[in-house]
Design a protein around this ligand. Structure first.
Ligand code: CMC
Length: 429
């Protein structure tokens, strides 16, 4: 295979190097295209643009493959441990027993929020969207750790990463407790990552929440399946903000904002809305699918379609299995699961979805799992953020370690007014 591409512009040949990834993906390197030819490339939505070289996650969307640091996602299903996966993504290898214990201990040690920070929650209205609180409070964390704005070495970075991964679940749980007017539960150092989060969410004074093993494993898996997905919108946002040398807290707060949108992490809330509308009898599954296909409506079949997966999303398949197992073990059948299955069945037989290669994505079943655990719908995207945080951190660090890294600064093709003159207010008609 050639290691150069030839671009012919105005009769002049330009040789452009081809970069090949370890899995055989190929890219035309256009780094100096403008300098050499006066042209830029135009790719709205960046569907054909590689923004970086990365060692973290591999996706083959045609074949439904997702690997974290080379490990197929399916291999995390048997004894899911989010903390271990977080380490793997961030530091590049599975932790040794000693590394795991020390990292888990750090997560326990850092779980408390500064009391001053706790008071910030009082300023938010009860009905504030938890994603707004999450982003604001992650940014606020940076005020409490000015020593971690500039990370000089890996030890300091590990401290910042552990603080963020630990405190995000405390912030998330406090945001929820504030929204329902209940007292905050301090983290319990006897509990591991997921049970501690559920304790902070659901324990009542004098009535400690006890985490069922099936629930713990299901939530660990949900978090793992969201943990990284290479250059998605929020991760690209974190990298873009980080490219200006903004600190880790500020960059991740920006990631939360990007994730909030309904075409990204917010889709898990939209899926539940859709299933509930159908359940209430407002619309049938067939009618909903017809509406999603119509060019006259803005409705989409939420939880369907993906920029990268064009065959199946392995995360959706794993989540469907976990949903069924969890509901059975909890003895809590959910009519929304039947509706989801029905929608999937209709869509997968419909040429509209088949021709466009639209399949269930990670958001299609995750909401039903969270609902079964008792997590309210407006917290679903917050859970996505807790899951995605290790990925954001891994990408931020990878980028910050690059030699000669540049600030991200795309160009544009200008389509506005040609030069025009300023008209004083009094002379304007
Ligand atoms: N329902 C109906 N039609 C759809 C859907 C859908 N869910 N998704 C895409 N299409 C159609 C779209 O209308 C377009 O049709 P046409 O070619 O006739 O104009 C075609 O499929 C291609 O769509 P696109 O918007 O150009 O594709 P994209 O790669 O830019 O968008 C997507 C990917 C995930 C934003 C989109 O599929 C979507 O909006 N899905 C619903 C929202 C959702 O579930 N988002 C979660 C994504 S996975 C988790 C995450 O990364 O956050």
């Amino acid at each position: 295979m050639s290691d150069q591409a030839t671009l012919i512009l105005d009769g002049v040949n330009h040789e452009l190097p081809i970069i090949t990834g370890v899995e055989g993906e190929r890219a035309i390197d256009i780094r100096d295209l403008r300098e050499r030819t006066g042209h830029i490339t135009l790719d709205p939505g960046y569907g054909n643009t590689g923004s970086c070289l990365s060692d973290i996650t591999f996706i083959d969307g045609e074949n439904g493959i997702l690997r974290y640091r080379g490990i197929p996602i399916e291999q995390f299903a048997t004894s899911p441990n989010f903390v271990e996966v977080a380490w793997l993504l961030i530091f590049g290898q599975l932790p040794t027993a000693a590394q795991y214990t020390s990292f888990a201990d750090d997560l326990t040690r850092f779980a408390n929020l500064d009391e001053g920070m706790k008071h910030h929650f009082e300023g938010f209205p009860r009905a504030a969207p938890p994603m707004a609180i999450l982003s604001a409070m992650i940014n606020a964390l940076s005020c409490f750790h000015p020593d971690l704005h500039e990370l000089d070495d890996e030890d300091q970075f590990r401290m910042a990463a552990a603080r963020l991964i630990s405190k995000i679940r405390t912030i998330a749980a406090y945001a929820y407790r504030h929204s329902v007017g209940k007292p905050y539960n301090y983290p319990d150092p006897r509990l591991r990552y997921v049970p501690n989060f559920l304790h902070m969410m659901f324990s009542q004074p004098f009535d400690q929440y006890v985490c069922d093993e099936t629930v713990r494993d299901a939530l660990n898996l949900v978090l793992i399946l969201h943990a990284d997905h290479e250059q998605n919108c929020s991760t690209s946002t974190v990298r873009m903000v980080g490219s200006s040398r903004a600190n880790l807290f500020a960059s991740c707060a920006a990631g939360v904002c990007a994730l909030w949108g309904p075409l990204h992490g917010g889709a898990n809330v939209a899926v539940l809305d859709m299933l509930e509308q159908i359940h209430k009898g407002n619309i049938t599954p067939d009618e909903y699918v017809s509406m999603a296909k119509s060019k006259d409506s803005k409705v989409r079949l939420m939880g369907f379609g993906h920029r990268v997966y064009k065959n199946f999303d392995p995360r959706a398949q794993m989540l469907r299995t976990v949903t069924e197992r969890l509901l059975e073990r909890l003895g809590k059948p959910d009519p929304l699961l039947d509706i989801a299955r029905r929608l999937e069945e209709i869509a997968l037989r419909d040429p509209y979805f088949v021709d466009r290669k639209l399949y269930p994505n990670v958001d299609f079943y995750s909401g039903i799992i969270m609902r079964a655990i008792g997590i309210p719908a407006d917290m679903f995207t917050v859970l996505f953020a807790i899951g995605r945080l290790p990925g954001w951190i891994a990408h931020w660090w990878e980028q910050s370690q690059e030699q000669g890294g540049k600030i991200a600064r795309p160009r544009q093709i200008y389509t506005g007014n040609l030069q025009t003159d300023y008209v004083p207010l009094a002379d304007r008609g």
